[in-house]
Design a protein. Structure first.
Length: 199
């Protein structure tokens, strides 16, 4: 049995933010490691023929209302009071996802991850605007120019594309997706099953 959770991640998913906040507790209780894998959600949709919930279920009576109710229950259960739905949603995350990989290569991945998640899902920032991203990073003490310049590096672009292709090949079709060994779990609602698998 694996003691690592592969977390297929994109900043653009509010559920990825919520899962990210809960996973450390699961990892601590199960003595597991979380391996966060940056992927492009839009790329996963294209590769698998999936659609965003608003598109896929927008015409289904009661479906989106229930999704909001379930999200609020999750927030209440885990005390995630800082969460705010981003008013600019959906946000094109190509720049900030490449930025996460660039930040990791510069050994500031954790600071970048925390700053961008907060900006997206607590502060309501428009994180597909490079000037806004630069301000967020600078405030967090991250070299914004170096990171944003590195997002244009062909190796960084290729790494994000490869991660996305690999996730689809493993069976992922959306975010957040979790793998414990070969077992796949989709959605924050499956975190209890992730914890059971780790045990």
């Amino acid at each position: 049995m694996s003691n690592t959770v592969d977390f297929i991640f994109d900043f653009g998913s509010p559920n990825a933010y919520l899962a990210y906040k809960v996973l450390p507790g699961i990892a601590a209780r199960t003595n597991a490691q979380v391996n966060l894998i940056p992927c492009l959600l839009g790329g996963l949709f294209k590769l698998t023929g999936n659609q965003a919930p608003l598109t896929a279920f927008g015409g289904v009576k009661g479906k989106l209302e229930y999704e909001r109710l379930e999200t609020q229950r999750f927030i209440d259960k885990h005390g995630l009071r800082a969460f705010r739905f981003n008013p600019h949603f959906p946000v094109n995350t190509l720049l900030i996802m490449r930025g996460l990989l660039a930040a990791r290569h510069a050994n500031v991945g954790d600071a970048y991850l925390d700053a961008v998640l907060k900006a997206m899902w607590e502060d309501g920032k428009k994180m597909d605007d490079a000037a806004v991203v630069a301000e967020v990073l600078s405030t967090a003490g991250v070299d914004a120019k170096a990171i944003l310049d590195a997002t244009q590096n062909p190796a960084v672009k290729a790494e994000l594309a490869a991660n996305t292709n690999d996730a689809a090949a493993r069976g992922a079709f959306g975010i957040p997706t979790f793998f414990v060994g070969d077992e796949m779990f989709f959605g924050k609602e499956r975190l209890g099953q992730v914890e059971e698998e780790l045990r």
